[in-house]
Ligand binder design. Sequence first.
Ligand code: GLN
Length: 538
Amino acid sequence: MNTTKYIFVTGGVSSSLGKGIIAASLAKLLQARGFVVTIQKLDPYINVDPGTLNPYEHGECFVTDDGAETDLDLGHYERFLNRPTSQANNVTTGRIYQSVIDKERRGEFLGKTVQVVPHITNEIKERIQHLGQDGTYDIIITEIGGTVGDIESLPYIEAVRQLKWELGAHNSLFIHLTLVPYLAAAGELKTKPTQHSVKTLMESGIQADILVCRTEHELSEDLRVKLALFCNVQKEAVIQSIDAATIYDVPNLMLEEGLDRIALKKLRLEAKQEPNLTQWNEFLSRHKNSKAHVKIGLIGKYVELQDSYKSIIESFIHAGAANEVQVEVVSIHSEHLVPENVAQELSGLDGILVAPGFGERGIEGKIAAVQFARTHGLPFLGICLGMQMAVIEYARHELGLTNANSTEMDAHTPDPVIDLMEEQKNITEKGGTMRLGAWACDLMSNSIVGTIYGQTPIMERHRHRYEFNNDYREALESAGLRVTGVNPETSLVEIVELPDHPWFVGVQYHPEYKSTVAQPHPLFVGFVGAAHKHSMKQ
Ligand code: GLN
């Protein structure tokens, strides 16, 4: 018998309250109590996946081992739980409709009229239960994107309402995350928006079991009693989620509030053990008690929006803790960099990271930054487009190929040192067609990566269409750029290094997708270590 239990997390009052962090924190606590947990995100937009979305719209696109382009909340889930997610962990309205329409075209509905209820809601329920099918998980937390009352989340709300009854008593529970705003003029926290939002949820037939209230001030006893009374929840099920210094504090804050205890009680689950957060708390203490400070420049074209580089920023937090240094990430807009101001703009930095990206905007600034790091012994990490820029910079300035470029930026460059992958040449559709997900890479010994990974081959996640052009490999290598990682099957160049530089590494893959609290990524740990060393020489 399948005994998987389900927790549904909805949001009310406002977006951006941090449902993903609450879901991840609860999952962490349940995991720390010995349960096997995963988290799933249901996104109400019509894009099939966020792969085609501009980072300004939706923040970073997170990539899983199985090559799914997903919501950035999945990154939080992995970083908190240290467990990979997959395609099944992120479902969008676009994917649901696509699948229902495909079934209709195959005649699977036997002449019936295809409708939102039951066909779309059935598809949603199947996607939710699919993760629980093989009994791997004791608990599945499903986060429903958007805010209760939105037109586009209605089918999801209806689907989980039905599922609650189908699963039977004590097998599912509803957590509703709301905002309790503070009105400065009145000097008071206000509960009315939460009352309304709980009421909206009830109009769809769902009674919240637990309320998690985002707030800037402590909730008083009276206020908790009032919320419990008006929202039909037990007082102990009113959980305060006060603003935290770091998202990594939230599991401990939720533990203090008893979120895990009340959830287990409502699901009639016996806790297997007291939460074991030893490793987590060791990380927190290293993060908060750093012994030194380093400044790293993050050079990209989406820097106005922090969420665009979410996984990179979090990887620096993990790697900083591992090195016991505080990493200050300074965002630098690649469009503002030119060879004339690069020394000024990058002064005082202990390392630079040239970010992933697409298209022409800002690339000359990235190339100027690479050149500065290369010629000034400044630790450098180039990720995906950042690695491609390092190859172009080397070809232009060390091989004398002044017009070397990527064919992504200049289709007619005389020296396409970065070129479209062969298998990409006949692809016209944009969605889900890049080289995606985990691929193997063989590492050379006596290299930075050979040392820091301490194993070969490695598996890393990818998201690109262009690659290092092997026609130029010999020339670039004889000029001093060393290839230290290649794909064993295709010889695709995955990593370049500069042996005559303190720390210069460009990687075609995305190490940031695999860094977690429990396992900080070796490349980030090595890079922050090199930046720390650099800072001590100044
Ligand atoms: N635009 C480049 C490519 O497609 C790099 C992609 C990236 O940085 N993720 O190859």
